[in-house]
Design a protein around this ligand. Structure first.
Ligand code: C2E
Ligand code: CA
Ligand code: CA
Length: 669
């Protein structure tokens, strides 16, 4: 069987196979690229050629006819002719077969159609390039031109060096050439550069086309655009290692850095340090001013920390308002001091966020390598412990890890963990400390104080667990429990025939800042039928520091409903006269620290006297806390103190004992 196989494109004929001279008397000048009508006429006559014109013009999709041609020896040769048209993006292509054997032509036509369909589908979906052995591009489809930004002319004859982005190593391409050079199929992801300089990613399969000896003569590269996929992968990678809010590295990346740092420090005998920086009272900002402002604040804090640390280390945000810093290299642990001090100092300047001037402080814990441990988790844990120590004391400070700290702070950890259990298992209860009017010698009111009987630690004092509850946010639940419990108690006393005496409850700043605080408070009062006059609230000045407008607003609402407020612990902290005037509170409580020793220290006596007068001049009832001796009582009475609360009269009492006191308003002394 003899066949000629050809393609017509743009009126030119290209042969992939020619009839041999024996079959037909082929003219010498028949070459690929000639005008199809001329060429075909010389084979199959002008009528046959016209049939192909129908395909070229799109009038027919398929033709099949028989014709005769002249053999070399002059004999007539019967020929079977097939033609098939396909429409491509850039015009019509016509394929044709001239064969001297009729049966096989049908099979061939089918095969040809299949092939052209595949080519069409490939062209639509794949970035296709064919290169020769030397790597020169011999064919590039439209999609290749589109994605690379180069024209077909620019690509053909060039190597892929043209689109090399410089991203991959030489070894990467060497490996690729090794694979395909030996006839293997290579697959991989390649970043290429467009003509405009931007990059695109392609998932690539290179298939070698081999000759009879199995040696590659050409390579067909099929590529898919995976630029979007790569961009997403990059996003995911960034998300996995960076904090989306502040752009700092996250805990995972920080841990990675630390592990590497330790390995390196072990080899090089270097020292380094880490710091845990935790914002004090960040939760209040979030709860009162909202998350947007909270977020802005965190971003601003991240900015200041990064500025201080600069190239000397890494700043990470571990979670919420908790930051960690790795200082790359120190000569002695003491070197960490200046970083900590710089951080404390930077917080002195308020953060200006959306019109608010937010005063923030931070508690910092420091641990150094190798002193605080030789593995990442120990060093981290110890910095955290050191930070907790600062939290438990005065905040706004820094502390180095030391070994004794470990014991006391493990306790703090456990306490923080156990709050919920404490509430669930009823381990909390209230005691009540009477307040006495010394002039009339009667009990006028009492203060409700919380107690916790912890299964492991026994009775934990509130001055130990309340600050931990405030830091962990559990104070709101505990505070709710206190209010409800006191209301319940009042209802019970009332039902037993009790003469109502005001009971004061302590409120942590965060509690009052809850958006639904007032609603919750009233709902407890209603549920237990407690009258507003029976309950008083003790607050401290810390409440006003960032939020005086909001606090004033809440206080006003509650005062209008008949709730009385006391300013607790006056004489410690800020004790600002300006606040006192602004707040319009009912009761002023002089802190125990100013009372104890009052009898033998005249300065204290003067301060206490001044506070009593000051409070009274502002129309407040003044109470002295922590009065333990007759001398202290006498001095305070000289200055016309209104009420006394202290061990001299009574320690806090259990509920049943308080009930007895309430009945008579007298203390059995
Ligand atoms: P505080 O509000 O200043 O309460 C007075 C504290 O002084 C009580 O300690 C009381 O037992 C103690 N005290 C009273 N008189 C004397 C005295 O003559 N001498 C001495 N040495 N101490 C005296 P407590 O019950 O340990 O409470 C400590 C702090 O815990 C309270 O100080 C308050 O800030 C906080 N707290 C207690 N209960 C609650 C509560 O239900 N909620 C909140 N948020 N805080 C509470
Ligand atoms: Ca109090
Ligand atoms: Ca107090």
């Amino acid at each position: 069987m003899a066949q000629a196989v050809f393609k017509i494109k743009n009126k030119k004929i290209y042969f992939t196979k020619r009839l041999s001279g024996d079959v037909l008397n082929e003219p010498k000048d028949i070459v690929s690229g000639g005008d199809y009508e001329n060429v075909l006429s010389s084979y199959i006559g002008p009528h046959g050629a016209k049939e192909f014109t129908k395909l070229v013009n799109g009038e027919e999709e398929q033709i099949h006819f028989n014709a005769t041609g002249n053999k070399k020896n002059g004999e007539i040769q019967f020929l079977s002719i097939f033609g098939y048209q396909i429409i491509l993006e850039d015009g019509i292509e016509v394929f044709g077969i001239i064969s001297d054997e009729q049966d096989t032509n049908n099979q061939l036509m089918t095969a040809l159609k299949e092939l052209s369909d595949i080519k069409y589908a490939l062209d639509q979906s794949v970035i296709l390039a064919i290169t020769n052995r030397q790597g020169k591009i011999t064919h590039a489809n439209n999609r290749f031109c589109e994605i690379s930004g180069y024209s077909n002319d620019e690509l053909i004859g060039n190597t892929h060096q043209l689109i090399n982005s410089g991203y991959h190593s030489r070894e990467f391409f060497k490996d690729m050439w090794r694979t395909i050079g030996f006839g293997g199929v290579w697959r991989g992801e390649i970043r290429n550069r467009k003509k405009d300089g931007s990059f695109y990613w392609v998932d690539t399969t290179i298939v070698p086309v081999k000759n009879e000896k199995g040696k590659p003569t050409h390579y067909i590269a099929m590529r898919h655009d995976i630029t979007d996929k790569k961009a997403n992968q990059e996003k995911i990678r960034i998300m996995a290692f960076y904090d989306h809010l502040t752009g700092l590295v996250n805990r995972r990346k920080f841990d990675d850095n630390l592990i590497k740092k330790i390995e390196y420090a072990k080899k090089s005998n270097e020292q380094f340090g880490i710091m845990f920086v935790d914002l004090d009272g960040f939760k209040y900002v979030n709860d009162t001013l909202g998350h947007t402002i909270g977020d802005e604040l965190l971003i601003a804090v991240a900015g200041r920390l990064s500025q201080i640390i600069g190239e000397q280390g890494v700043v990470a945000r571990l979670s919420g308002d908790e930051f960690a810093i790795l200082i790359n290299s120190i000569d002695t642990p003491g070197d960490m001091k200046c970083f900590a001090e710089a951080i404390i100092a930077t917080f002195k300047e308020p953060f200006a966020i959306e019109g608010y001037q937010l005063n923030m402080t931070a508690s910092i814990g420091i641990s150094t390598y190798p002193e605080a441990g030789s593995d990442a988790s120990t060093i981290m844990k110890h910095a955290d412990l050191a930070m907790y120590r600062v939290k438990g004391l005065f905040k706004n400070d820094y502390s180095f890890f030391d070994r004794e700290m470990k014991i006391s702070n493990q306790r703090a950890f456990q306490i923080t963990n156990d709050f919920r259990m404490g509430l669930e298992k009823n381990q909390f209860y209230m005691v009540y400390q009477p307040k006495i009017s010394p002039l009339e010698d009667v009990v006028t009111s009492c203060e409700a104080l919380i107690r916790w009987e912890h299964p492991k630690f026994g009775n934990i004092p509130p001055c130990e667990f309340i600050p931990l509850a405030e830091d962990s946010g559990m104070i709101n639940e505990i505070g709710d429990w206190v209010i409800e419990n006191v209301c319940k108690q009042l209802q019970q006393w009332k039902s037993k025939g009790w003469e109502p005496l005001p009971v004061s409850v302590n409120l942590s700043s965060g509690q009052l800042m809850q958006a639904d605080f007032v609603d919750k408070f009233w709902s407890y009062l209603h549920r237990y039928q407690v009258e507003p006059a029976w309950i008083q609230i003790e607050i401290t000045e810390s409440l006003y520091i960032n939020n005086d407008k909001y606090v004033q607003h809440i206080l006003k609402i509650m005062k209008e409903q008949g709730i009385k407020f006391a300013l607790d612990d006056f004489g410690t902290g800020y004790s600002s006269l300006a606040y006192l005037q602004k707040l319009d509170l009912d009761i002023l409580k002089i802190d125990r620290s100013l009372i104890s020793g009052i009898s033998d220290w005249s300065t204290k006596r003067e301060i206490a006297a001044t506070i009593v007068h000051l409070g009274k001049s502002l129309g407040m009832k003044v109470i002295a806390e922590g009065v333990e001796t007759k001398e202290e009582l006498d001095i305070l009475c000289e200055h016309d103190i209104d009420e006394i609360q202290g061990y001299y009269y009574s320690k806090p009492l259990a509920e049943t004992d308080m009930f007895q006191v309430m009945k008579t308003k007298k203390l059995s002394k």
